[in-house]
Design a protein around this ligand. Structure first.
Ligand SMILES: *Cc1c(COP(=O)(O)O)cnc(C)c1O
Length: 396
């Protein structure tokens, strides 16, 4: 069996050696002050990564999906109206979860490849004079299509409408890789997981709650036990969980925050932008198009690349795995078979990315697409040469 890294899937991402070691811990008593020394630095670290001074951070043994459920069940009541845009598989799954919890979802159907329309949200919220809508959902980075949405614009739309709904943001594939501003954007609940920007194995749902979201928990009546933030808060006050925590992953999480901060958050974001721009240069050199409709929505963590009509994009992913031992992401939902995805987030360098671009190129040539070997690699190399040198000079 081959465990070749790097992987180019948009999560789970490559795990740096230091983080693998940090997760590998002997057993400790998870109801002791010693556990507090692992738990609290992880929570404070996450708060800083969220660019917040006040968010209450809760960390569950779950995945990002559990974070979605934490947001909904702790803040809402059965039958509550929520507003959400559907522009990819992840926003779709969150909407499906709302429906299963008996929420009344007003869905803004959005072309897969486009971002959330803040203008459309504003119209709907302005028309909602009775403030029936209790929460606005936004997927910051739609991992299925490689599309980012403008959360600041959504907050501005909510404010312009004078609407008091809570703002829930899925930042699973953006937090820790792309700029995310919990406080500035007035986010009420931010959701992420351990296995994307935090470069850890899957296993943690990570959420930040605003003071308003914490207030909403007092009257929210949707059933919750495992994901109850009030139980969790009581536990934290005693350096404990209401159940058994993933101690090793929590230790990894505080180490991950330290790594991101050692590099400098803005440098981390700039690295993701640079790597992504190189990938996009390669896509252009191949003569292919991104699923993302326009540069303002291009994601810096994942690129979904459209293949020509009549070609099954999933074949590239299968061939890459079977022939070269390299993992890319398949298309999901409406774009299954139409796109393949290069994940470029987490622990990745320009040079590692070149190997992914080279592999994608070989696969496409092997499968008969009219692509010139080396064309995408050269385009990315040119970009990285010019911009990595500049980045290094700036850092010095
Ligand atoms: C990966 C992902 C999720 C789901 O997270 P899991 O950890 O797989 O439960 C949700 N939203 C987005 C945007 C994602 O990229």
């Amino acid at each position: 069996m081959s465990f070749q890294n790097p992987v180019f899937i948009p999560g789970p991402t490559n795990i740096p050696e230091a983080l693998r070691k940090a997760c590998d811990m002997p057993t400790i008593d998870h109801r002791s002050p010693l556990f507090g020394q692992i738990l609290h630095p992880a929570r404070v670290g996450v708060q800083r990564i969220l660019k917040s001074t006040s968010a209450e951070v809760f960390i569950f043994p779950a995945s990002g999906t559990g974070g979605w459920e934490t947001a909904l069940t702790n803040c809402l009541n059965a039958g509550d109206k929520v507003l959400a845009a559907r522009n990819g598989m992840f926003s779709q799954r969150w909407i499906d979860m709302c429906t299963r919890h008996g929420l009344d979802v007003q869905v803004v159907e959005t072309v897969w490849g486009e971002g959330i329309s803040a203008a459309r949200y504003e119209e709907i919220l302005t028309a909602d004079k009775g403030h029936e809508i209790k929460a606005v959902l936004a997927t910051h980075n739609e991992t299925a299509t490689g599309v980012k949405s403008d959360i600041a614009a959504i907050r501005a739309a909510m404010d312009a409408a004078g609407h008091p709904a809570l703002l829930f943001v899925d930042g699973v594939s953006s937090i820790g890789s792309m700029d995310f501003r919990f406080d500035d954007w007035g986010v009420d609940v931010a959701v992420t997981g351990s296995q994307k920007g935090f470069m850890l194995p899957a296993g943690l749902a990570i959420v930040g709650f605003s003071a308003r979201a914490m207030d909403a928990t007092k009257t929210a009546s949707l059933p919750r036990t495992f994901f109850d933030v009030a139980d969790m808060k009581k536990g934290y006050a005693n350096n404990a969980y209401p159940y058994t925590p993933s101690v090793g992953l929590l230790n990894g999480l505080s180490e991950a925050c330290r790594m991101l901060e050692d590099e400098g958050l803005e440098n981390v974001f700039a690295r993701h932008t640079r790597i992504a721009t190189g990938v996009r240069a390669a896509v252009e050199a191949w003569g292919l198009k991104l699923c993302a409709a326009s540069p303002d929505v291009y994601s810096d963590t994942v690129s979904a690349i459209c293949t020509p009509e009549g070609f099954n994009a999933t074949d590239i992913v299968t061939h890459a795995a079977e022939t070269y031992g390299v993992a890319f992401g398949v298309g999901l939902g409406e774009v299954a078979g139409k796109v393949f995805r290069i994940g470029h987030l987490g622990s990745l360098t320009d040079v590692m990315t070149l190997s992914g671009i080279a592999t994608a190129e070989m696969c496409m040539v092997d499968l008969g697409l009219d692509i010139k070997l080396g064309s995408g690699v050269a385009a990315a190399q040119e970009y990285y040469r010019a911009n990595s040198v500049a980045a290094r000079k700036n850092a010095a």
